[in-house]
Design a protein around this ligand. Structure first.
Ligand SMILES: [Ca+2]
Length: 91
């Protein structure tokens, strides 16, 4: 009896600990798949992986066409402050 209560309490505690991670993971997947940007576009440091931080940045961002050294480029910027997240230029 006591043993089963302890197991239930243990399972509840584990659930409470894991729940925030589950929510964080779900939000990460939603940010990755929101459809506004490709995974390559969201990979700010070009390391081949879109980190949760990178996905978070692109959750509220847009693009603008700019010119750098005579090349046409796309500037990905955050809506909240207008700061550039990443600039990609045509070859
Ligand atoms: Ca990255």
């Amino acid at each position: 009896m006591i043993s089963s209560i302890l197991k239930s309490v243990r399972n509840i505690v584990i659930g409470l600990i894991l729940f925030p991670f589950l929510i964080y993971f779900v939000l990460y997947i939603i940010a990755l798949t929101n459809g506004d940007f490709t995974l390559d576009e969201m990979d700010i440091d070009n390391d081949g992986f879109v980190s949760p931080t990178e996905a978070g940045y692109f959750d509220d961002s847009g693009t603008r066409d700019i010119e750098v050294d005579g090349k046409k480029c796309v500037d990905y910027f955050a809506f909240k402050d207008g700061l550039s997240l990443k600039v990609t230029c045509e070859e």
